[in-house]
Design a protein around this ligand. Structure first.
Ligand SMILES: [Cu+2]
Length: 521
């Protein structure tokens, strides 16, 4: 059937890496900056040999324009929806929030990693349809406010509408959000045209160039015309909206802001030259010291700030490779994609490279573990729904169950993420940044039977690549992952969830409420 025909072969490294445009403000003054962004349908060439693809993009482009802000800058953004009323991808109306009676195309924008007031965080039920004709139950305002209380960091923005996030992001609704600071500027890192975002995603295409997303899982659900799938893996890799692109570089240092913006796919990134990459930042900012690494694993939504040095490599090409299993970590050979993009070192050096990889960047004080206000033991679970489909839950609760996580403002908490499933789940907590304290193997069967934690190994410290400020953590199977964080500076309603979008959309998401210190709620 044509519907299910996928393009299986596309030549690699024939298109140049696009650099997303920088978003221009409507107003900028001493007090604030104001932007407007409209989500629109557009057509774009995603590969030389593919017909143009219909995409949904912020300002009509995929990925969206890069938003650059200063640390502490007050920014207002009016996000608008001018998308068609019918979704271009298969909607499953049995999924939470996507039932009949709500508009089929709903959007809401979340800046991933932003410290932001709850009304501007893109709560999944604060969605709005085209021209704000209909809005979700928690919608309160059209213009979002961002105070940007973050140090310099590599964030991204994307759709977060309840029940269709996986489809909206797949259609193209994602972009980069970079926070800069004077301090970061003083470090003399590679900058301007040598500071490049790499938004990595996987997609499949039909022969007419349209995006392919499955209507049913491998074992179709006979009662449903369209069903959510347990996870999605495309058969091509795109960077900044091009399939397997190349980038011509000068023989010098470059800074790359790498974000895994895929639905379900993990990446384990290496360079086929075997050379070191220098990691300078994690999800939420610069590390204390750079580390030389040969590989880095990025789950959906994780970021890495990397410096790659092409000095003395004139005339060579280097492939950025991937050997992460998909699904992660058990893997299925047929889903594997080994290559991401290619760097070709053949541009002349324009200026002497005076940028540096600093030996020390920012101090990251360890949060005190002795006296947390709360220790929460939270399970990651899988069960079956009424159609016999796998459904993933947090703490065995549905999205609609009463709010159970109510940290107090400015309190420090330790969360133990007890994974009882066979997948690694990237767990993302809105509002906060956290530190990974470690992971520990435990007896899953005994836990499921008796609800008793029996550790079977000692604590595994976080990988060097994870030692910094994080907002998304890989919770591996058979392990309890321990993280620590402080809740502030806002009170109100936020969410935490798995960032595999197929899981997030089908119940692996929960609200949490930051409450005032004197509140007994
Ligand atoms: Cu998950």
């Amino acid at each position: 059937m044509y519907e299910n025909t996928k393009v299986t072969r596309l030549t690699k490294f024939v298109d140049a890496l696009p650099i997303p445009p920088k978003l221009q403000p409507v107003t900028r003054n001493n007090a604030y900056t104001y932007y407007e962004v409209t989500m629109k349908e557009g057509k774009q060439s995603l590969h030389r040999d593919l017909p143009f693809t219909t995409v949904w993009g912020y300002d009509g482009v995929f990925p969206g324009p890069t938003i650059e802000v200063d640390s502490g800058e007050k920014v207002f953004i009016k996000w608008m929806n001018a998308l068609p009323r019918k979704h271009m991808l298969p909607v499953d109306f049995t999924v939470h929030g996507a039932h009949k009676g709500v508009p089929e195309v709903r959007t809401v924008v979340h800046v991933h990693g932003a410290v932001v007031e709850p009304e501007s965080d893109g709560y999944p039920e604060s969605w709005f349809s085209a021209n704000f004709e209909q809005v979700g139950p928690t919608f309160t305002k059209k213009i979002y406010r961002y105070d940007n209380y973050m140090n310099s960091c590599t964030l991204w923005y994307h759709d977060h509408a309840l029940g269709i996030t996986r489809l909206n992001i797949y259609a193209g609704l994602a972009g980069m959000y970079l926070v800069r600071s004077a301090f970061e500027g003083s470090l003399n890192l590679p900058s301007s045209s040598y500071d490049i975002p790499l938004i990595i995603q996987d997609r499949s295409f039909r022969p007419d160039g349209s995006l392919y997303y499955p209507t049913q899982p491998d074992e179709p659900v006979s009662d449903l015309k369209t069903s959510v799938v347990p996870e999605f893996f495309g058969n091509t890799i795109l960077v900044n909206g091009k399939v397997w692109p190349f980038l011509k570089v000068e023989p010098r240092k470059y800074r790359f802001r790498v974000v895994n913006a895929s639905n379900s796919r993990f990446y384990r990134i290496k360079l086929d030259s075997g050379q070191l990459m220098y990691q300078i930042g994690t999800d939420r900012g610069l590390m204390e010291r750079p580390i030389g690494i040969r590989s880095i694993t990025l789950a959906p939504a994780e970021r890495a700030d990397l410096v790659i040095d092409f000095t003395n490599l004139k005339g060579t090409s280097i492939i950025m490779t991937n050997d992460a299993p998909a699904p992660f970590p058990e893997g299925d050979k047929e889903n594997e994609i080994m290559e991401i993009m290619k760097f070709i070192v053949d541009l002349p050096l324009r200026h002497i490279d005076t940028s540096v990889i600093p030996s020390y960047m920012e101090s990251i004080p360890k949060l005190p573990q002795q006296t947390p206000a709360n220790k929460r033991f939270l399970t990651l679970d899988h069960t079956m729904d009424q159609f016999g489909r796998e459904i993933m839950l947090l703490d065995n609760k549905d999205w609609d169950a009463p709010i159970s996580e109510k940290p107090k403002l400015w309190s420090t908490e330790i969360w133990y993420l007890i994974n009882t499933t066979e997948d690694t789940h990237p767990i993302h907590i809105h509002l906060v940044d956290f530190q990974i304290l470690g992971r520990r193997k435990y007896n899953v069967e005994r836990f499921i039977r008796d609800r008793v934690i029996e550790y079977t190994g000692s604590t595994i410290p976080p990988e060097p690549q994870e030692c910094g400020k994080k907002d998304t953590v890989r919770a591996n199977p058979e392990e309890i992952t321990k993280i620590i964080m402080n809740f502030g500076p806002y009170t109100g309603l936020y969410v935490w969830h798995c960032h595999m979008l197929e899981h997030e959309d089908y119940e692996m998401m929960r609200p949490f409420l930051v409450i005032r210190n004197d509140s007994n709620k």
